[in-house]
Design a protein around this ligand. Sequence first.
Ligand code: IVH
Length: 675
Amino acid sequence: MQAAASEIESLRLQIAHHDYRYFVLDDPEVPDAEYDRLMRRLRQLEAEHPELVTPDSPTQRVGGRPQDQFDEVRHLSPMLSLENAFSEEDVRNFDRRIRDRLGGDQELIYACEPKMDGLAISILYEDGLLVRAATRGDGTTGEDVTQNVRTIRSVPLRLQSRGWPARFEARGEVFMPVDGFRALNAQSEGRGDKTFANPRNAAAGSLRQLDSRVTASRPLEMIFYGLYAPDESTLPATHSGRLAAMRDWGLRPSAEARTCVGIDAVLQYHDEIASRRSLLPFQIDGVVYKVDRIDLQQRLGFVSRAPRWAVAHKFPAEEELTLVRGVEWQVGRTGALTPVARLEPVFVGGVTVSNATLHNIDELRRKDIRIGDTVIVRRAGDVIPEVVSVVMDRRAPNAKPVELPISCPVCGSGIERGEGEAVARCSGGLFCQAQVKESLRHFVSRKAMDVEGLGEKLIEQLVDRGLVSSADELYRLNIEMLAGLDRMAAKSAANVIEALEASKNTTLERFLFALGIRDVGEATARALASHFGKLAALMEANEEQIQQVRDVGPVVAGHVHAFFAEARNRHVIQRLVDSGICWPDVERPEPLASPLTGKTVVVTGTLSSMSREEAQALIRKLGGIASSSVSSKTDYLIAGEKAGSKLAKAEKLGVTILDEESFTRLVSTLAPEGD
Ligand code: IVH
């Protein structure tokens, strides 16, 4: 018994020490497996000696049965709130006010730390043991959430080292890191449960659980920023000193906490944290500045419920509420219809937002966004604004669901939606003015034909006035035609014509990219250009030949082939070339003359000396066509280990079959050295 008791005590001390290394110092001493071993041993001993179980044991984080309600708790001293500052001017005024009040002209030292976006919790420690945890409530009394806070691993049940007052409250913020929040929502979504709108709500929802086992399953953390003891003289004389003491005791303060001398340094701290805001693993809504010296804090005192010695310098909110005025459908270059919410303008993330993309009809349905709804709009960092969710409590009875239009809102053509596809498309092609405008915009863009000065507004006018309806017609414009347009003087018109002229000297890959073939981005355009070398060769290639290009699969090959098969496209290309668009020949190694030149070859089974992809690349290099299916047109089948149905089919069709050895022999005599 004596031996068990002392081993139990030793295990608890070791575990508390490892928690401290892990959660406070972020510098674990032992691998997880060792930690788990200590926990297992402790559990085992406690099971054998239930009378030795104490509430501060690390095995006792999750409480017994669910509670019926939360009891009321009176805080040792009121939990205050903070005055807000929204601008540099507000902050300078704050500094001036308190310096005037203190009557000295010395610069003040401020303790600066992030303003965590979670919920305030006060924890009572007695003789180094966690005895009670409470929410802020009305500031004087809060709710007893001890059972739930005990499940948060970064909150010590028993303090480290020594030197703590016999009785004190440690205050801080409980929050959910962004990663944990995303994972939790993904899990809930998978189960068809309701998701949380943001990490703050998730933290609050997780902490207000009557069953602490639920809280234990949520990724909550705590950071401490304040200390209250009945006898102040037992605590360090500065805020920064108190944070350091808390850290020694195992109560983790923010790793971003700093002291700054004078208000300029404070503002610099603000800018530095603001620039890293989106990179932090948790959400913050500002930074907090506190006069570091406690004696000065005491001289400054309070106004109503906020201290004069501290201020919260808030960042622009990243989420705001606003109204959905309507939903419009935008038609893209390939006809894709994108729903865009027209919002009551709202200031969020530092800019005024009046539109937000809703991506596609599925997304719109999933979020169940209706016209007239109040929604949460989010704009974080430089990310484009998005509608996070609908505030269902505020849904008006006449809120109108959004339907996919039956016809294109621009040209009236039918709408197509492929089986299993999220995107609906206008079938109007180049008959649709929206698609024409978008494809012209793409054609002249920097990575395509790079025509300077031919902006969106100008394209809009050219199409609306019937001056241009396809790319080739751009090269028939002249100064007179342009000079008559809005905001076009003779000089700017001349510049545009000159830029068009200059764009004619291009490269094949830019030209291919500019054509706006579906799914042909820069990389694919480059691959097509270097594979075929000549435009004519690409235009005459069949799907199988196009599939020989690196990284081009059957879908893209289909789009490319269909594009060049279309008479209207061939006509536009002819006119573009006739107007003088040209490019230097693409340098391309001639394929070697080999027994595989022009032959269709299929590789099947497992090869021992190379992957199937490598074998196909070799076939191409030798002038052959690497195909994936066996047909009567197949010339050779290369059969590796475990070749199955393709081998059987080839045998049936009388295709010449090569084993790996004959293939490698062929390749080694012919493939050039090096690449
Ligand atoms: S100090 C008297 N420091 O902000 C000082 N508060 O608006 C009282 N908060 O209820 C709080 N991070 O929930 C302080 N580093 C920080 C904070 C912080 C977040 C929250 C806290 C408080 C609210 C006050």
